[in-house]
Design a protein around this ligand. Structure first.
Ligand SMILES: Nc1ncnc2c1ncn2[C@@H]1O[C@H](COP(=O)(O)OP(=O)(O)OP(=O)(O)O)[C@@H](O)[C@H]1O
Ligand SMILES: [Mg+2]
Length: 236
């Protein structure tokens, strides 16, 4: 049994499906890259897993439980967290308050310890603990979005375009932090990215999604060496 099993899902915002028969699995303790062009359905897939987008077909199982149709807060409680595209930090509140927004599924007694752990991963956030999130740099806001998602102590962390709009040196830093956190917490990670090269270097496996359909799946190295992937995504 895989940690996450997405089985034949079709996600919809109204009447028209935007993803079609999407199936894939994620094992505990692995990073899976979800790559695709603008509008391919990456965000919709992640939001469907979190119960934020409706499914008209398919099932989602997590840690052996059917979570299809559950409300997002119930899914977070089961151990899934999302760092959304565009970071979505609360600009007019502090770093501290943003992190606490990710903590509402924790027992009160556990919050301080978790906060300390997350601040250990991101020393920059500790330095800027009382600063308004809106005044952080793009890279710091991305760290905050990831830190907020980590506060709930997920077993599966979903990251939607964490590299978007960041300078190469910051993208590299975020990658190093992700590796460290992933191995320390034995996390499963889904990394939705248009920076395909970067994502496939971090991931052990990947899938490509095109106009709502899963097109290719394989190990990260298979995908990196695949002629189609090289032409379509790696600019070869
Ligand atoms: N709130 C919405 N209402 C209706 N359609 C939407 C909504 N959000 C996304 N879509 C549509 O769903 C499809 C998939 O979009 P999605 O955002 O999942 O793609 P994506 O792969 O994340 O793209 P990007 O790389 O640009 O973030 C697109 O055709 C998009 O127009
Ligand atoms: Mg998206």
């Amino acid at each position: 049994m895989s940690l996450l099993e997405v089985d034949g899902t079709c996600a919809t915002y109204g009447t028209v499906a935007v993803t079609h028969d999407v199936s894939f699995t994620v094992e505990a303790n692995e990073i899976v890259a979800l790559v695709g062009a603008n509008g391919a359905g990456k965000s919709s897939t992640l939001m469907a897993i979190l119960g934020m987008v409706r499914l008209i077909a398919g099932r989602i199982r997590f840690a052996g439980n059917d979570i299809t149709g559950l409300a997002p807060h119930a899914i977070v409680r089961q151990g899934i967290a999302l760092s959304p595209e565009g970071r979505r930090v609360f600009a007019a509140t502090s770093v501290h308050e943003n992190l606490m927004a990710g903590a509402h599924t924790l027992r009160k007694a556990d919050i301080q310890e978790r906060l300390e752990q997350v601040l250990t991963y991101f020393p920059r956030l500790r330095e800027r603990f009382r600063q308004m999130a809106g005044s952080l740099s793009g890279g710091e806001q991305q760290m905050l979005a990831i830190g907020r998602a980590l506060m709930s102590r997920p077993k599966l962390l979903m990251l939607d375009e964490p590299s978007l709009g960041l300078a190469p040196v910051m993208v590299q830093r975020i990658g190093e932090l992700l590796r460290e956190i992933q191995s320390r917490e034995q996390l499963a990670v889904i990394l939705a990215e248009q920076n395909v090269n970067w994502a496939l270097k971090l991931a052990s496996r990947g899938l490509t999604i095109e106009v709502g359909h899963v097109k290719l799946t394989g190990s990260a190295s298979e995908l990196r060496n695949n002629d189609y992937v090289r032409k379509a995504y790696l600019g070869a």
